[in-house]
Design a protein around this ligand. Structure first.
Ligand code: FPP
Length: 260
């Protein structure tokens, strides 16, 4: 028993001492099929450099491309990125306007490359409230990539987890009211299908950058059994090494799903 404990402790120490993970290290372990990221810290990154907050968002956009490319190379199936929450409308108009232009700039710059890399673009969130230029750019990317079967790059845009759950409840209640659904037939699987993620599996790994340790209304239902990795790195500084380290940390975790 003592030996088992000693071995376990040695393994834990070895894991935490491993400063860098290479792509090859990571590919030897389990790759999370769905990774969700709360990309936080753009404003602080800009402030540290005496730049306007929007400069941080712009730098953050470039990181999106790098992380997407690496996730795809690792064989991740879905990458969900929290790009704009239903609460972000409270920010100054100039910042909101800038954030609403970013998807267009991102897609104008990178869509051909994403297509070449077999990436499929999807969106979750209330699209109806987006400015038409944002909506059109995203719809075009969704359409242009719908045949791709590589990584799903899923943008959470004007997304809120509580609203998503309320809307799923309303849709199910409507079906019960109209007599097309029995209350007894409502289970977790059916509920999940009525969320914006629909058939997308739940994230196995959730990463949040910038040292904040909260969910901020992100995928509240879907992260029930996700592993959480919090890092102090600000999103614009989050590079391939940090992503590999987060996946490496995931690979060290023992997932029990409530069992032993
Ligand atoms: C939170 O950082 C970040 C956001 C609200 C926006 C995230 C958007 C991007 C990273 C760019 C997205 C790119 C595409 C392609 C849509 P914050 O501004 O709250 O940072 P702070 O906490 O340091 O102020």
């Amino acid at each position: 028993m003592l030996n088992i404990l000693k071995n376990w402790k040695n393994q834990q120490n070895a894991a935490s001492n491993l400063e860098r993970y290479t792509k090859e290290d990571i590919l030897k372990g389990e790759i999370p099929a769905h990774i969700a990221i709360i990309m936080d810290g753009n404003g602080r990154w800009a402030k540290k450099r005496s730049l306007p907050r929007i400069a941080g968002h712009h730098e953050g956009m470039k990181v999106v491309k790098r992380v997407t490319k690496l996730a795809n190379q690792l064989g991740v199936k879905v990458l969900t990125l929290y790009a704009f929450s239903t609460e972000n409308w409270k920010r100054p108009k100039m910042e909101v306007d800038f954030l609403m232009k970013l998807p267009e700039e991102f897609l104008n710059t990178y869509l051909p490359e994403l297509i070449e890399e077999n990436v499929r673009v999807k969106i979750i969130g209330d699209e109806s409230a987006l400015p038409s230029h944002t909506y059109k750019a995203i719809e075009k990317a969704v359409k242009d990539t719908e045949q791709n079967d590589g990584l799903i790059l899923n943008f959470a845009l004007n997304y809120g987890g509580r609203t998503e759950i309320v809307n799923a409840s309303k849709a199910l209640a409507e079906q019960v009211k109209s007599g097309t659904l029995n209350i007894e037939d409502i289970d977790e699987a059916l509920f999940s299908k009525h969320l914006m993620t629909e058939s997308i599996q739940d994230p196995e790994l959730l990463i949040r950058t910038s040292g904040e340790i909260r969910l901020s209304n992100f995928m509240l239902w879907q992260v029930a059994y996700s592993e959480f990795v919090f890092t102090d790195v600000l999103w614009p500084d989050f590079k391939e090494d940090h992503f590999l380290k987060a996946v490496g940390e995931f690979q060290q975790r023992g997932r029990r799903f409530g069992g032993i």
